[in-house]
Design a binder for this molecule. Sequence first.
Ligand code: NAD
Ligand code: ZN
Length: 282
Amino acid sequence: MIEELIARAARDLINSQYAIALTGAGISTESGIPDFRGPSGIWTKNPEAERRAYRSYERFKSDPKGWWLERLTTPSLLGDLEQAQPNAGHYALAELERLGILKCVITQNVDGLHEKAGAGKLLEYHGSILKLRCISCNSRFSHHEFDLQKLMEEDALPPHCPKCDGIVKTDGVAFGEPIPGDVAHNSLEEAWRCDIMLICGTSAVVFPFANLPRTARERKIERERRTDTGLYAVEKVPAVTIIEVNAEPTPLTDEGISDYLIQGKTGEVLPAIVEQVKKLRM
Ligand code: NAD
Ligand code: ZN
């Protein structure tokens, strides 16, 4: 059964003109990074941490210095992300891109693992822990461009943007923080353009990201159909096929937004899809 769905996905991908992938925390659990809402998720185990996280951006706006001090002196809930390495799922998507099938990856993850796995066109919807960002002009900086420890010792936090003097925060988008305009715009364009959307390891409950599949679903194309009387009728059909690869069903499955769900681990299913694609293309 799962083999049939894997073969179906491989065929759909091969026949596509513009396939894109959307990913969430689930694709990184096999790299040792916990997700939020899976059975061993951070929020599932620690609801108080979730309540605190929801106030994070408000706190940054009212007290950026205090926010940075807390940030630099408390360990991250996600563990030491900079040490994490991509897994077979990240590599499979990078390979689909090299094969010319996948045109773009839009990820909610902040862990930088798609980049480490060699992703080409990558939109990091919620930013990346590998970067900092000016909240006024959206310029991104690598961590090396600021000596945060020194700024802390000299009581000079928060860091300021060398281009516009705006306040700099981590690139990772906090709860309540608007999605940076450039990435929000480009993601919407990709969702509007694609004919295959491969959604991997996301519970699809975090908005506005979860609107991307819903937006794609709304797009229709016209197709001619021969009627019983031998005449041709023009009908409107969905322009995109939406495939989910996830450990469990999601609201996208339940609401019929996705065409089908391949229930399993991304680190196993995605490489199996790539293998099928290669076999069928030979
Ligand atoms: P989520 O935690 O809400 O949902 C993860 C989904 O993936 C769940 O449905 C779970 O069952 C499934 N899953 C877990 N492991 C899987 C596997 N190996 N294979 C297939 N499916 C698997 O994650 P979300 O939808 O991405 O939302 C969480 C938000 O928190 C995101 O917006 C993200 O920015 C952030 N976050 C990021 C990271 C990261 O960067 N790695 C980690 C945790 C949270
Ligand atoms: Zn700036």
